[in-house]
Design a protein around this ligand. Structure first.
Ligand SMILES: [Zn+2]
Length: 78
């Protein structure tokens, strides 16, 4: 699997996760909060690191302007 294919798979995976959370909050609000820096509002940079043995994708969100790492989260691959 090439990294590019993997990125695409992760995008669909997250898309699904967001859709499932639709009942809790509005989709736009969720996306805005998820993808923007809470300090400067800049769009976050996401990095993904697959941990194949555990079937987990580790997601790190960081803001390039503030040079901070905002959160780290893991997704389970089904
Ligand atoms: Zn920022």
């Amino acid at each position: 699997m090439t990294p590019k294919t993997l990125q695409h798979d992760i995008a669909s995976l997250i898309e699904t996760t967001i859709a499932e959370n639709d009942q809790l909050t509005s989709r736009e609000e969720f996306l805005r909060d998820e993808n923007s820096c809470c300090l400067c509002g800049e769009t976050l940079a996401f990095e993904y690191a697959p941990e194949r043995d555990l079937l987990i994708i580790k997601e790190d969100a960081s803001c390039k302007s503030c040079q901070i790492r905002l959160r780290s989260r893991s997704y389970r691959i089904h």
